[in-house]
Design a binder for this molecule. Structure first.
Ligand code: NAD
Length: 497
């Protein structure tokens, strides 16, 4: 249920966010007592002092996780037991939706409506879906002759590390925690330094739900400190990372330089939104085009920021999308009337503004948007037309509200331009021709292609990238479980007489 602006402000005024680490079932400071501040990017207000965890804290968290893993209280519990506890986590998140959503909105600058959708829906649904898989994940029996029985069994990988981004903090935490705990792993989680608060609060709810001490550990800190310590730890068995391609590369190196832990990577994108000549250019298409680009202020890995439009439609498309985007309200993220909140930080706003300047310098036509004079780190939704494939704004991930429209002469040209990128996370195609739709979906080198609507899929469908958008690992769906499972073959010689 949506509340009023005043009601959200009242919840915000009551919050006293906890910034401590959570290790072995206890909230605690970093071993050296170091802290950093987390602020509200929409106002600059300091929200909390947060424990700055380093290698010593990661060591403590991993030791606790290993102890409980070896004891077997969670890893070898009846799967129904893990299911019950994770269902309780889902229930507690639902009961605390408004509080968690306000906390998330304050820490990220995301709109309260998005936070309510994510925390009232996706986050508890994840815990519920993976809870229900806990007692439905089976191995196989391979066919053999009568002299043997071959069991292919699945075991929890052990200690799962996760290093998270700031753009969907609690959703990303749920994406990693729910499947890893469902199969019996213990976890050590590092939220992004910009947005640790909702994940710390989640740990408290998980303890209340009955997750045993040591099974879930939260080590807030920076990439160079806590993140690197997770990547290099010799007793973490698998690490799941979501963030930039640049840092994803480091996790591959960390693994090679330490214990060759499994590495699952979900990274950046520069995803195309393709409108073929036969598409119906109606309000629905325009809504999908606008939301695919400006949802979460464009701070979304699957944002469709390259919009490749058939030449005969490009003028009408551009006019209509500008009209739609002018309808977005930028402002106080806690106001339910706001459509686009703040960028995550001053540095990130500067980065986005530099891209806007490069678009102008490269000769693209900025039809609307640019800097905002609101206090905080706001950027107006920005639309460029006349973008060409070699421009920097067409090639690099901007991670802000900057949409580039390109005119395409043919469907094959759209396919070539769409594919000419190091990324491969997502693509959308609009066409009424089933043959062209199937040709496009099969030809585009990316992890998700949606047709006649922008969608990342849902819990049931795997999400991840081709090329430099990801490793072979996937989040979501039953595929996510593979990141947290080992496969063991048990070969039993049997008597034949
Ligand atoms: P980032 O790579 O800078 O940071 C992500 C995490 O890595 C943070 O927790 C950070 O502290 C940590 N980190 C940074 N440097 C590190 C280091 N040297 N060693 C270990 N850890 C380190 O990314 P970001 O700015 O938080 O997030 C934005 C990026 O995430 C974008 O590129 C976006 O596309 C991507 N993303 C991808 C997905 C997906 O599922 N594919 C989802 C959300 C975001």
């Amino acid at each position: 249920m949506t509340l009023s602006h005043a009601e959200y402000q009242a919840i915000a005024a009551m919050l006293t966010p906890n910034g401590q680490a959570f290790i072995d079932g206890q909230f605690c400071d970093a071993a050296d007592g170091d802290r950093f501040e987390t602020t509200n990017p929409a106002t600059g207000q300091i929200l909390a002092e947060v424990a700055h965890c380093k290698a010593a804290d990661v060591d403590r968290a991993v030791a606790a996780a290993r102890r409980v893993f070896n004891e077997g209280t969670w890893s070898r519990a009846e799967p129904e037991e893990r299911k019950e506890v994770l269902l309780k986590v889902a229930q507690l998140v639902r009961e605390h939706t408004h509080e968690l959503a306000v906390l998330e909105s304050l820490d990220t600058g995301k709109t309260i409506n998005d936070c309510i959708d994510e925390i009232g829906g996706e986050v508890p649904n994840f815990f519920q879906w993976y809870a229900e898989l806990a007692d439905k994940t089976f191995g196989k029996i391979a066919p053999t002759g009568p002299g043997a029985m071959a069991l292919i069994t699945k075991e929890p990988a052990g200690i799962a590390g996760a290093v998270l981004p700031w753009n969907f903090p609690l959703v990303m935490a749920a994406w990693k925690i729910a499947p890893s705990l469902a199969v019996g792993c213990s976890a050590v989680i590092k939220p992004a330094e910009q947005t640790p608060l909702s994940t710390i609060r989640l740990a408290e709810l998980m303890r209340e739900a009955g997750v045993p001490d040591g099974v879930i550990n939260i080590v807030p800190g920076f990439g160079e400190t806590a993140g690197k310590a997770i990547g290099l730890h010799n007793d973490i068995d698998t690490v799941s990372f979501t963030g930039s391609t640049e840092v994803g590369r480091m996790f591959m190196r960390y693994s090679g330089d330490s214990n060759l832990k499994g590495v699952g990577l979900e990274m950046g994108g520069k995803s195309p939104f393709i409108v073929l000549e036969d598409a119906r250019l109606n309000d629905d298409l325009i809504e999908h085009a606008a939301m695919s680009a400006f949802w979460n202020g464009g701070q979304n890995c699957s944002a469709n920021m390259r919009q490749l439009i058939a030449a005969p439609l490009v003028e009408e498309f551009t006019g209509r999308i500008i009209e739609r985007v002018k309808g977005f309200t930028l402002g106080d993220p806690l106001n339910p009337a706001t459509d686009i909140g703040s960028m995550i930080s001053k540095d990130h706003k500067e980065l986005v503004m530099n891209y806007i300047q490069s678009g102008v310098a490269d000769g693209a036509q900025m039809t609307m948007g640019g800097d905002s004079d609101l206090p905080g780190y706001f950027v107006e939704p920005t639309v460029f037309q006349g973008v060409t494939p070699e421009m920097k704004i067409a090639r690099e991930e901007i991670f802000g509200p900057v949409l580039g429209i390109m005119s395409m002469k043919t469907a094959e040209e759209a396919l070539t331009v769409a594919s000419d990128t190091d990324y491969g996370l997502h693509a959308t195609v609009f066409t009424q021709d089933i043959d062209r739709a199937l040709h496009m979906t099969r030809s585009l080198p990316c992890g998700t292609v949606s047709v006649n609507g922008f969608s990342e899929g849902d819990i049931k469908t795997p999400f991840g990238g081709y090329k430099q958008s990801g490793s072979l690992a996937r989040d979501n769906g039953t595929e996510a479980l593979e990141q947290y499972l080992q496969t063991k073959t048990i070969w039993v010689q049997t008597a034949t007489d």
